[in-house]
Design a protein around this ligand. Sequence first.
Ligand code: NAD
Ligand code: ZN
Length: 478
Amino acid sequence: MKALHALDRHLALAGFMGSGKSRAGRVVAARTGRPFVDLDEEIAARSGSSVAELFAARGEAAFRELEEQVVQDVLSGGDPVVVALGGGAVVAERTRALLRARAFTVLLDVDPETMWERVAGSDRPLVTSEESFRALHRERQPLYDDVADGRAHDVDGILLAAAGVQVEPGAVDELGDLVPGDGPVELVADAHVSGIHGIRAQVGLGARDAALHEVPAGEPAKTAAVLERLWAHFAIGRDGSVVALGGGSTTDVAGLAAATYMRGVAWTAVPTTLVGQVDAGIGGKTAIDLPGGKNVVGAFHWPARVVCDPSLLTTLPEPERRNGLAEVVKTGLLAGLPLWERSELDQVRACAAFKSGVCLGDPHDRGARNQLNLGHTFAHALEAAAGYGLPHGRAVALGLLAALRLSGLDDAVRTVKTVLAPEPVAVDAGRAWAALARDKKAERGAPRLVLLNAPGKPRWGVEVPEADVRRALEELIA
Ligand SMILES: NC(=O)c1ccc[n+]([C@@H]2O[C@H](COP(=O)([O-])OP(=O)(O)OC[C@H]3O[C@@H](n4cnc5c(N)ncnc54)[C@H](O)[C@@H]3O)[C@@H](O)[C@H]2O)c1
Ligand SMILES: [Zn+2]
């Protein structure tokens, strides 16, 4: 059986010579915060000579033996790494078995012309003529297909595959193939979304045995009562899975139902909002609200698959789209790229890949994942002060302003103003401050925030004097 994602597994990059495994691997390692191992470099370091020298001095068989040993050592390690395999590493049956057992393997699928252009004239062993290059590629293709758990053309594609995220217009029509396994499905859908896209999703599920459960549209779905109803109505065994069709509210409650039912069954998120596709559907945080606060009860439960189909967004009302754009701006600032200027499909792809990378490196939010809270300390305080009547996206736009002002980044402040046009909100300043202080009380002392040194250079856990935080918050209030 193929692995579903690279959570708790090594992420191995396979592909023919010239496919760009080493270069992509280095970037993927940086984006996930995982250590990087370049197999050929590791072999060279251990043997004290280059791959070309090894081939020349000891022959291919001796090289392959050493390669197998190094793969075994690297993949036996407990902490997940990113490893760029040598082009021929998959020839060894033992290596393929190890990859199946311990890694999620992404095949870098590059056309042979491009790869030949890259390697022609290099000192790589086995590169003699274009003809032999192509023949070797054809010969190895079945082995690459055998080890590939996912395929990608670029770094974002690798990160998406590694997180189990599929971004593709029309993907919902193939839902039956995308939901892992072949067991029965509990389809949980936002009641409003169900009326718009429910039939399409059910047709997409094809021959899969599926029962539909409607939950209230939007935030009211995130209650203990709704969760309990789902538990009571689910009838799947451990071979079944939950499919959530809706925005972040639906994926949050359905994901928590999947995390807890039978001590955890697999689930697939099919986010139908921009917020869901760029943010909420990814990373495995699930939750419901209590009267005392948002997301108080939840679980980390990584979705087996996330199906982001931008064609589902065509029916999204404008205010909901703006909510999503605030998260796109947040992600763009964290990534250091003006993602908000891209087409919607590219926004979804880039943001989903960014979040995938961060969450794969820190699934339980103990470090780097904190950065995704940029602007959110202020946003949550304003939302609480407004009794949760303030749309999250509007609150995030304001929160970003405050975080960027405290970061001293005037250009980024201007960007947020131009793209998101945030208007101060009329809430009680005392209530907002109390909510912010409560939000941060677990850390004691001065509030700690996510700030940016520059776009693309976030730092988290930054201690900021209380008076400055208070002033920044008050600037957001009409
Ligand atoms: N788990 C996470 O990592 C994470 C991250 C961000 C946000 N969230 C949570 O997500 C929730 C917000 O989710 P959201 O902003 O995606 O919205 P939502 O699920 O609350 O839905 C908002 C509204 O949009 C409607 N809608 C959804 N898809 C539609 C479509 N395709 N066409 C027409 N209408 C559609 C819904 O019926 C609803 O009325 C919050 O509860 C937040 O806490 C979770
Ligand atoms: Zn948010």
